[in-house]
Design a protein around this ligand. Sequence first.
Ligand code: GDP
Length: 296
Amino acid sequence: MFDALKKSFGRIADTLAEVSGAGITLDEKRINEILDDMELELLQADVAVDVLDRMRDEMVRQLSGKKVKNRKEAMDAIRDALAELLALPAPQIAPPPKKPYIILFVGPNGVGKTTTIAKIAYKLKGSGYGVVIAAADTFRAGSIEQTEEWAKRIGVRVVKHDYGADPAAVAYDAVKSATARGEEYVLIDTAGRQDTNENLMEQLKKIKRVVKPDLTIYVGEALTGNALLEQLRRYDEEIGIDGVILTKMDADTRGGSAFTVTVGAGKPLIFVGFGESPDDLKEFNAEELAGTILGQ
Ligand code: GDP
């Protein structure tokens, strides 16, 4: 995981320690020079240009006027800088702020939306809550069956219509039945296309109008690279995004995507997915991820 960033920041830490070891106090100019040397590597690790600028500012804030004693101290300062960039206040999922608590999941096809919804349903059910999944992806062949299979596996209810049905009607029915049964959560799965087309956006807007979700979560995959920022912004402009889940962190060798979400798009990370089993979902923790990125 995150080999590219780990290597780059390891080298930055070495250089910071070397400079300090030669008796030089770190200042803005030195720190920027060191980061200039690593810029290409960081860009190749999916760190976007504006993210890189914020990283510079944060590292200058953490390190200028200091001499680090050794590599470990340099790494700790880098970890604090990264955690600062990743930490944004995330919306609360559990306990449910209201009942039923309606969460709309959106994002491109194939990123792991259905799997992620199943993982969340599994977590919530394990905490004793009633959960219903709305199979509102009525577009992609097989999606309804996939949702049903997951729901059976983890023991939660699904509300579905036929393929081609209006997704807003599916979502509406799910909310209605959860209300009638006193269930705490409605998780709405939606269609995604690789190219975010107008028709899809109109469908998502209609779901929002009809069921007024309490939370709209963008699900994206860590492997998307630079296209992630553009996709996320588009969804945010069109329908409004409250928070983000990044999937496939286990397969990400570059590591920049979390920064794209928090610094680039200014959206909080809520969960990260790191595998294909129901348990492979973690609540996002900035310090922990910063440590993992650095191999700590
Ligand atoms: P959707 O089209 O967005 O609903 O995506 P799916 O939920 O069908 O997932 C697409 C593929 O990604 C499936 O093979 C999943 O098992 C896989 N997947 C989902 N989340 C993760 C994850 O966190 N890590 C890995 N390695 N694979 C995942």
